[in-house]
Design a protein around this ligand. Structure first.
Ligand SMILES: Cc1cc2nc3c(=O)[nH]c(=O)nc-3n(C[C@H](O)[C@H](O)[C@H](O)COP(=O)(O)OP(=O)(O)OC[C@H]3O[C@@H](n4cnc5c(N)ncnc54)[C@H](O)[C@@H]3O)c2cc1C
Length: 434
């Protein structure tokens, strides 16, 4: 018989109690790449920050959906320069040091590959080092408003309710959850913009996979995809050189805004992913005969619901590269519209093309202390598709934090736009060649 002491227990009983209260200067809802950028930028300004996310880890889709590449961080042309700064300098430096970053040319620009596990560790370390109060598994249920000001957030966690009070709020929820729950008008596309369940592959012949011509693969997909039960007839596989794994973007599923629909769509996306593996094995045995899924991503959601702002970015402004007086970022990413199950509508731009996001597209009409950042800012579906990739999302997060800092107890609609642009000048002017 062991005489090892059994740890003691005590009896507890739930006592209905008030919510835990958190008081900060700036509360950010959504810890995807835009919320991470907003939170870190606000903390750097000396603000007390809370970062709230319903998920179990930081990074949102950038770490959970197996995206694999950073888009919208560079200009177009033969020698692209970087167009987004702020957190990007430290983030890229960390990924390079961890051998988790690979600069690759694509779509007339650079599209770096990255490894999700290295990114999530950088985000965790950066956020905790900045003293940000992080709430994970924390779902926003309700936003209380006094006129144009949000005053408090009611949040549910597995450990009980939490109430967050702040002077300023960032809606980085992707689905405009904060703006919607606060009662501000939002937009939804009349027919759905498709999401994608992405995944990584292992067990394939990397040298043979790198030999494949991506346009020939697309053609084969269009010709034979139906035989494998595939919904989408375009897409791509890209191997991370030397790592033995590849990212696959070849599925299309609807992404409804209800919990049961979400779960069903995720299962459907994974079923499509399995059929994509069958296609790759069947059509390209030299490269993929023994390929298998290494990791399924969480359902990738593109454009579901977004704010009605003071200005809605229009596709003609994007095509013409019009620079508005209140521009807060530049970008050259193509129009990438997933509005049909079978394929993607792409419109790529020339070498010198840049388009811009105006600050007015980030502020819900009538809101005083709320700024949206990321894929839920205002635009028509085509315009939005060209600015919702991660580069512009980072720049929008920075703009949201700086705007709320300038507004203080006042209204973001009355801030000095020239002062905001001065703070954001790197994202408007700097041209580093990495
Ligand atoms: C399949 C797919 C592939 C893509 N590929 C690329 C790519 O290769 N490169 C690239 O740069 N971009 C890519 N994009 C686009 C880009 O990834 C996203 O648009 C971008 O990551 C959005 O970032 P975000 O911070 O706005 O939102 P998200 O990353 O979606 O983060 C929103 C966060 O808000 C949280 N949230 C939502 N509602 C609530 C609530 N009520 N309470 C609490 N938290 C809440 C969510 O849990 C989530 O973590 C892709 C998108 C998809 C869907």
């Amino acid at each position: 018989m062991s005489d090892y002491p059994v740890p003691p227990t005590r009896t507890v009983r739930h006592q209905p109690s008030r919510a835990q209260i958190i008081e900060v200067d700036i509360a950010v809802v959504g810890a995807g790449i835009s919320g991470i950028s907003a939170a870190l930028e606000a903390a750097r300004l000396g603000r007390r920050v809370a970062l709230i996310d319903a998920g179990q880890q930081l990074g949102g889709q950038s770490t959970g959906s197996m995206l694999g590449t950073f888009c919208g961080f560079y200009s177009n042309g033969p020698e692209p320069y970087r167009v987004v700064y702020g957190i990007v300098d430290a983030m890229f430096a960390h990924l390079k040091k961890a051998d988790a970053f690979h600069l690759r040319r694509g779509r007339n620009s650079y599209i770096p590959l990255y490894q999700e596990q290295a990114l999530v560790r950088w985000i965790e370390q950066a956020v905790h080092a900045a003293g940000i109060q992080v709430l994970l598994g924390a779902t926003l249920l309700q936003a209380r408003r006094d006129g144009g000001r949000i005053v408090a957030l009611d949040i549910a966690t597995r450990f009980g309710p939490v109430e967050v009070h702040a002077e300023g709020f960032v809606d980085a929820s992707g689905d405009a959850a904060l703006s919607y729950l606060a009662g501000f008008d939002c937009r939804e596309p009349v027919s759905p913009i498709m999401g994608t369940l992405m995944f990584t592959l292992e067990g394939f012949d990397e040298a043979a996979a790198l030999q494949l011509d991506r346009w020939a693969v697309q053609k084969r997909l269009a010709e034979t995809g139906g035989r494998y039960g595939l919904v989408r007839r375009d897409g791509f596989v890209f191997a991370f050189p030397g790592k033995g794994h590849a990212t696959v973007n070849m599925t299309h599923v609807k992404t409804p805004l209800d919990p049961e629909g979400y779960a069903t769509a995720q299962a459907e996306g994974r079923a499509q992913a399995d059929r994509v593996v069958d296609f790759l094995r069947g059509e390209y045995p030299a490269a993929f005969a023994t390929a298998r899924v290494r990791q399924y991503g969480f359902l990738g959601i593109r454009q579901t619901r977004w704010i009605v702002a003071r200005h809605s970015l229009q596709i003609d402004e994007v095509r013409q590269g019009l620079k508005p007086d209140d521009a807060i970022l530049r970008c050259s990413w193509p129009v990438e519209l997933h509005d049909r199950p079978e394929d993607v509508h792409w419109e790529e731009f020339g070498d010198d093309h840049l388009h811009y996001v105006p600050f007015r597209a980030m502020v819900p009409q009538q809101a005083d202390n709320l700024v949206a950042a990321g894929r839920c800012i205002d635009g028509d579906p085509a315009a939005l598709s060209s600015v919702r990739v991660m580069g512009p999302c980072v720049a929008m997060g920075a703009a949201a934090a700086q705007a709320l800092d300038l507004a203080g107890a006042g209204s973001v609609s009355q801030i000095d736009i020239a002062a905001l642009q001065l703070r954001l000048r790197d994202n408007l002017e700097r041209r580093d060649r990495d």
